[in-house]
Design a protein around this ligand. Structure first.
Ligand code: UDP
Ligand code: MG
Length: 320
């Protein structure tokens, strides 16, 4: 594959007008230091401040700077998606526009992609300069969960500063709010060489954070969906059918037990409670019903996945 640049910097932004000039001059200095040919792709995610005119101004003086402007705010994932689609560099770096991520870290990460053959090098804000209680602690918990679920040993899955081999970003689809899990998307697409590098982190200089505490709840839900779809989207019956059968079996055994004990007691002239007065009866009923419903859900999902367009889409690496 021929790439027209050494590196593409993809930068999603929402109302970051003050930070952009400094960011560009630092990126320029880094690129000059490495003698890279490069492009900067700013994706303006519906800013309502002067960010876009600042970008236009910067682009006038420098042909390496490009901009994409959304008509409204779609979210960081959407911005990354469009930036990735346009990126022509052999290596693609993403960083936040708020100067919290240092472009000076990128040369080493670039080297890890090009020389060490990594697919993804993720930044790790080892000494994080955000609020301890609203960000740092929840983030630790969140990352521990993400590590368990995804099996990717990263300390800081959601770091904005990441560097990729170009084919990675062309082979994944960042949608919804999945920008938090790009390493997981990459892994599911077959790019398993993922590592991290501790990076310098700054306090936010201008503006304010665009994500509130709900990021952790939503992030967790997204993680569940991702993990579920990556494991079962193509074979939902393996999940629903299995749990459904287990449930149904449990209910069936309880029902048999209720009937048999009643018959035995009856035959021997022993006292017995009416079936409908036994808690077990209701449990059995519930289990049989739930089992049937789960089974049915599995069946319906199976029909849906059978008609889905990408049911036979595989990522082929080589062919001859
Ligand atoms: N951002 C974006 N669209 C959004 C929210 C944020 O493009 O809807 C950008 C934002 O401008 C910044 C980056 O995503 O460049 C990270 O956002 P932020 O700094 O607010 O996140 P934090 O550092 O607080 O995690
Ligand atoms: Mg930030």
């Amino acid at each position: 594959m021929d790439y027209s640049k050494d590196i593409s910097f993809v930068i999603p932004l929402l109302n970051e007008e003050e930070s952009l000039p400094e960011l560009v001059s630092r990126i320029r200095a880094v690129a000059a230091g490495q003698s890279w040919s490069y492009e900067v792709i700013f994706v303006d995610d519906g800013s309502t401040d002067k960010s876009w005119s600042v970008i236009e101004g910067l682009a006038k003086e420098d042909a390496n700077i490009h901009g994409i402007r959304f008509r409204r705010n779609y979210g960081k994932s959407a911005a990354l998606h469009c930036g990735f689609a346009q990126a022509q560099g052999r290596v693609v770096a993403t960083l936040d526009a708020d100067l919290q991520d240092a472009p000076e870290e990128i040369p080493e990460m670039y080297r890890m992609i090009v020389n060490d053959g990594y697919d993804v090098v993720s930044g790790w804000k080892k000494h994080r300069k955000d609020n301890t209680f609203t960000k740092n602690l929840p983030s630790k918990l969140y990352n521990a969960t993400a590590r368990r679920v995804t099996g990717i040993k990263l300390h800081d899955m959601n770091c904005g500063l990441k560097v990729y081999a170009n084919e990675v970003v062309k082979n994944i689809e960042v949608y919804g709010e999945m920008h938090r899990y790009i390493p997981y998307l990459a892994k599911n697409a077959g790019f398993g060489k993922i590592t991290e590098k501790p990076v310098h982190h700054e306090k936010r200089k201008y503006g304010k954070s665009k994500f509130g505490m709900n990021r952790f709840v939503n992030g967790f839900l997204d993680l569940m969906s991702l993990s579920f779809t990556s494991k079962f989207a193509k074979k939902p019956m393996h999940f629903f059918g299995f749990t459904g059968i287990l449930m149904f079996l449990a209910g069936f055994i309880m029902t048999v037990w209720i009937i048999v004990t009643k018959l035995i007691h009856q035959a021997n002239g022993l006292p017995f409670r009416p079936v409908t007065e036994q808690p077990l009866f209701y449990l059995a009923l519930l289990a049989v019903l739930l089992g049937t419903l789960l089974f049915l859900a599995g069946f319906i999902c199976e029909l849906i996945s059978r008609t889905s367009q990408d049911r036979n889409q595989y990522n082929i690496k080589d062919r001859f």
